[in-house]
Design a binder for this molecule. Structure first.
Ligand SMILES: [Zn+2]
Ligand SMILES: [Zn+2]
Length: 168
C-alpha cells in the first residue's frame, strides 16, 4: 500500500511541496458485491501546504471501478473522480485538528484514498442510468430481451371464468 514519509519534508510556513504519487487501491465491497479498481494503481496529484499552524494535504486522482450492476448484475464500470483535503495541526490540542491518516510521520495515502472513494460512491452502481434490470418473473436480462409476461395482464373476467372451470 502507498504511504508518504513526512520526515523528508522540510517545509517552512507558506511553502508547498508537489508530487505525483502512484496510489495503490484495494478492491471495494459495496452492497454485498465486489468492485475492483482497474488499474489498481492510479496516478495522483499530491500537494502539501505548510501553514503557520499546521499542514494541509491535498490529493486528486481518478479511479475506474469494475463490478456487477446493482439491477441486472451485468458488468458495470464506474469512474470516480476524487479531490480531497486533510489538515494536520502542528501542535494538535484536540483530535479535530489532526488527520487520522498520519501516524509516526507517515501519511497512509492508500487508506485515505480508499475512504475518499467509499464516500464518493453513488447509492447504486449501475451498468447505465436507465438499466432495465432483470425480469422479476423469469429472471432474464430486460436490457437484452425487453419483454412482458402475458400472465400479468389477464383480464379479471377471464380469471373468474378460470376459477369457475376449476370448480367443475
Ligand atoms: Zn444493469
Ligand atoms: Zn420475463
Amino acid at each position: 500500500m502507498t504511504s508518504f514519509s513526512l520526515r523528508q519534508l522540510k517545509l517552512r510556513p507558506g511553502e508547498e511541496y508537489r508530487d505525483e504519487l502512484e496510489v495503490e487501491l484495494p478492491a471495494f465491497a459495496f452492497g454485498g458485491q465486489r468492485y475492483v479498481p482497474v488499474p489498481e494503481k492510479v496516478p495522483a496529484e499530491f500537494v502539501v501546504n505548510r501553514a503557520t499552524t499546521g499542514t494541509v494535504f491535498s490529493l486528486a486522482f481518478q479511479v475506474r471501478l469494475h463490478g456487477p450492476c446493482y439491477r441486472c448484475l451485468g458488468d458495470a464500470v464506474l469512474d470516480v473522480p476524487i479531490r480531497v483535503r486533510e489538515y494536520q495541526a502542528s501542535a494538535p490540542e484536540d483530535e479535530e485538528m489532526t488527520t487520522p491518516y498520519v501516524a509516526a510521520d507517515l501519511l497512509d495515502v492508500s487508506a485515505w484514498a480508499r475512504d475518499a472513494v467509499v464516500l464518493a460512491l453513488p447509492d447504486k452502481i449501475l451498468c447505465r442510468p436507465d438499466c432495465a434490470g432483470l425480469c422479476p418473473v423469469c429472471g432474464k436480462n430486460l436490457n437484452d430481451e425487453p419483454h412482458e409476461h402475458e400472465e400479468e395482464h389477464v383480464d379479471p373476467r377471464w380469471a373468474a371464468l378460470e376459477a369457475l372451470k376449476d370448480q367443475l
